[in-house]
Write a protein that binds this ligand. Structure first.
Ligand code: EPU
Length: 445
């Protein structure tokens, strides 16, 4: 297992290119199971979660081919960090997502709707708990049941079947914690091939839902209202392969904005969409972070003394839970007391203990964290617990006095493409250490 050794005190300065969105790419790749012919996806980041989805789709009969960067023109759709990814379904025999893959990546649940709609059967291992809390899939199952699928559990798997074609209906898909992002995408995707019209009320409005809807529409689906709580889908008989570029990663963008702010640095973030981060921009302006934009580029700088704020995570367009840990790291150094409430995953606070090991003063009360700003953080050995908590620790380490060792950085490799190369190219001092010895890292050009 790799670790990061981060020497604090660098001020980030320079330009970073934002990758395509992991959380958009994963369900979009799963939706390709429904298309006839080849789909070419651009902007898919190189991450271990994407490798897991490639493996899963491979087992489900897809032929996957990753082009080298620059071997295909970007067709006016913007530049390519990576080569495009081709996905072609060549064999529809297997319908099973095995536990071995599902346990490494919960987004495997995204194949449930597409498999049921296209192959009439799906066997998906039930995802267990994870570091950010219980993550049930009951809403996915309920929505697909309303479309006519039947389910039972068998040996730790959800087994779903459809007799004939799924049938469109009007349904409510919200849960106790609000809408579900991947649940909405699963049901919307399946409804694209259902008979008749489906209306999803209480749908998630996240940009990743719209991105998937846009690709499905290019494939021949008839989806309107995505990006709002009411999505309408007129079922079609077939979908065909297309070319699609996934949206920029709004969580990576937000993380780098806050990394610039915590180091009192100045960053230029290329190829991102600030419209997907309006709630984040709003909170950060109050903290004292200066954010301006020009076309697809964001310029970030910040005042020396950060102001404390209150923030509650909410479904889109509210402040995303996936940036809660990073904001907490930033507020550790604010001039006063901040309050963060987590409404999406109320137990998503494993970073609190690790930040406190670095000298932060954070007290947790139920789903709320009270952060007393301190003058400085100190390097310490800490442990990454989940993807976004790891990013928060990297941010804290870059500003801490001395050296921080972050263990288990495989979490960060799941969702941040080339993070240490990107941060080192703007002045961070990060070294990746493997169990077998030190690895020197080449700074990205
Ligand atoms: N929920 C249910 N039942 C369900 C599904 C969800 O009760 O069947 C609850 C969850 O427990 C949670 C709330 O609904 O309290 C919202 O969860 P949601 O279903 O929206 O989460 P998700 O779709 O499984 C995606 C992202 C997460 C991100 C959440 C919330 C992907 C691959 N994952 O998960 O991203 O935190 O939406 O925005 O898109 C991450 O990237 O680090 C990450 C965890």
């Amino acid at each position: 297992m790799d670790s990061f050794l981060i020497r604090g005190g660098s001020r980030l300065k320079g330009r970073i290119e934002i990758s395509g969105s992991k959380n958009s790419a994963l369900p979009i790749m799963a939706a390709c199971l429904m298309a006839e012919g080849r789909t070419t996806l651009k902007g898919v980041p190189r991450l271990s979660d994407i490798d897991s989805m490639n493996k899963l789709l491979g087992e489900l009969g897809c032929h996957i081919f990753r082009h080298e960067p620059g071997t295909l023109t970007s067709g006016g759709m913007g530049p390519s960090l990576n080569g495009p990814l081709d996905i072609t379904v060549t064999d529809e025999h297997n319908c099973e997502a095995r536990y071995d893959i599902v346990k490494t990546m919960r987004a495997s649940i995204c194949v449930l709707g597409p498999l049921l709609a296209k192959r009439k059967r799906a066997v998906v291992s039930i995802p267990g708990g994870c570091a950010i809390g219980d993550r049930p899939v009951d809403l996915h199952v309920r929505g697909l049941q309303k479309l006519g699928a039947t389910f039972h559990t068998e040996g730790g798997n959800i087994v779903g079947e459809v007799n004939g074609r799924l049938k469109g209906c009007r349904m409510y898909l919200g849960g106790a914690q609000g809408p579900t992002v991947l649940g909405t995408i699963n049901v919307m995707s399946a409804a694209a091939l259902a008979e008749g019209e489906t209306t999803i009320v209480g749908a998630a409005c996240e940009p990743e839902v719209s991105d998937c809807a846009n690709m499905l529409n290019k494939m021949g689906a008839k989806i309107t209202g995505h990006g709002t709580p009411e999505i309408r889908i007129e079922g079609v008989e077939r979908l065909v392969g297309v070319e699609h570029r996934v949206i920029p990663d709004r969580i990576e963008t937000g993380t780098f904005i806050m990394a610039a702010a915590i180091t009192n640095g100045e960053l230029e973030l290329k190829h991102c969409n600030l419209d997907h981060l309006l709630a984040v921009e709003d909170r950060l302006q109050e903290v004292g972070v200066k954010i301006t934009r020009e076309n697809g580029t964001i310029y970030v700088s910040s005042s020396r003394r950060l102001q404390p704020i209150e923030m509650t995570t909410q479904p889109y367009p509210g402040f995303p839970t996936d940036l809660q840990a990073q904001l907490m790291a930033l507020l550790c150094l604010a001039d006063g007391i901040s309050v963060i409430t987590e409404r999406i995953f109320p137990d998503r606070f494993l970073h609190v203990g690790e930040l406190n090991r670095m000298g932060a003063r954070i007290r947790k009360e139920g789903p709320t964290a009270i952060i007393q700003g301190v003058k400085e953080l100190n390097g310490a050995p800490v442990m990454a617990s989940d993807l976004r908590a790891s990013a928060a620790l990297v941010m804290a380490a870059m500003v801490a006095k001395g050296t921080t060792r972050i263990d288990r950085v495989y979490h960060i490799d799941r969702g941040y493409e080339k993070i240490e190369q990107k941060l080192m190219s703007v002045g961070a001092d990060i070294e990746r250490v493997s169990e077998t010895g030190r690895t020197s890292v080449t700074v990205a050009a």
